[in-house]
Design a protein around this ligand. Structure first.
Ligand SMILES: Cc1cc2nc3c(=O)[nH]c(=O)nc-3n(C[C@H](O)[C@H](O)[C@H](O)COP(=O)(O)O)c2cc1C
Length: 311
């Protein structure tokens, strides 16, 4: 059983320390361990070309047009049974380096997309899917912050786990953590998180979330989009639509069970999303062929060009 820890921090900084301590815990449980630092890698931002999704859904395989270290990282991630991230909090959320991983990973590695590609292959209409992309995995997150500005980081972490449908074991924030390597309590917690992920990775089928309950009963998120339409709210993580209520002086998020079909972390919900995309893309393709569209794009091209620094 293999546990991979990925740090988004500076060399030998707080996030490296948290990863290494978690790996100590995992190693004590018998895990084979590996450590990667994101800033050591050349990983370019996603350009949004969507070639990855198109190639998967057309049975042409799982590809990205960017040539950098991302495929190497992907291989390491898919070779592990359990993943731990320790990521610095920047502007209340995860650092840009982590967001880049999310963008490069999300559409390309969506679990429903892999299942659809696998079906195409079985029907003789496409390339085989890497069997590792169809397997379950467990994942834990640690967010390290220099202050207590941290309110969107756990939700973003959850979204990273949601697309490949990996089970989250721990998702924790460590605020006011400058010099965290000298903080016995936080270091001990990192070790426990490492123990937890190793135990979960050894028995993924029975692995369970070990964090706080949160507010969303489905995904544990504390982040909601309050629509302003009576008490209607949408969970920012799993996408379930429901209502907020105060029960016994506690905020509750309540929803109809029917909503579970649409949850973004379920196969059913991901199929609905993939289907919506397919239908709307087909409609949009018609628009792209229209003279009105071509005329407007030509006008914008003529109107102004993007300024760039001189090289
Ligand atoms: C651009 C930037 C934005 C930051 N924003 C936050 C923030 O919103 N909340 C917070 O708690 N810490 C914030 N910090 C502090 C970092 O989280 C902290 O420097 C980092 O966890 C250190 O990690 P390292 O020692 O592994 O490099 C920010 C730091 C930088 C450089």
């Amino acid at each position: 059983m293999k546990v991979l820890a990925i740090s988004g921090g500076t060399k030998n900084g707080g996030n490296d320390a948290m990863c290494k301590e978690a790996l100590k815990g995992a190693k004590n449980q018998g895990a084979e361990i590996e450590f990667i630092r994101l800033l050591d890698l050349d990983i370019k931002p996603c350009t949004g070309c969507t070639a990855c999704v198109q190639s998967i859904l057309n049975g042409r395989g799982n590809m990205c047009v960017l040539k950098d270290d991302f495929n190497w990282l992907l291989d390491k991630i898919y070779d592990a049974d359990g993943i731990i991230y320790s990521i610095p909090i920047f502007e209340k959320g995860p650092s840009g380096s982590f967001r880049t991983i999310m963008d490069r990973f999300g559409p390309r590695m969506g679990r429903a997309h892999q299942v659809i590609a696998n079906e195409l292959f079985k029907q003789g209409k496409g390339k085989p899917v890497d069997p590792r992309f169809l397997k379950d995995k467990v994942i834990s997150f640690m967010a390290v912050g220099g202050s207590e500005w941290c309110t969107s980081v756990q939700c973003d972490f959850g979204i990273h786990a949601l697309t490949p449908m990996w089970k989250i074991i721990n998702n924790e924030v460590f605020s006011w953590s400058l010099g965290i390597a000298a903080d016995d309590k936080k270091i001990a917690r990192a070790n426990e998180i490492g123990v937890n992920i190793a135990k979960a990775a050894a028995d993924i089928e029975h692995a369970e979330y070990k964090g706080e309950a949160g507010i969303c009963p489905h995904c544990h998120s504390r982040n909601f989009y309050i629509t302003g339409e009576n008490t209607k709210a949408i969970c920012c993580l799993c996408g379930i639509e429901g209502h907020v209520a105060i029960v016994d002086n506690q905020v509750k998020f309540e929803f109809n069970d029917e909503q579970l079909k649409h949850a973004h972390d379920t196969m059913e919900g991901q199929f609905i999303h993939a289907d919506d995309i397919r239908r709307n893309t087909a409609k949009a393709m018609e628009k792209l062929k229209s003279d009105e569209f071509k005329k407007r794009v030509a006008e914008y091209k003529e109107f102004i060009t993007a300024s760039m620094p001189e090289k």
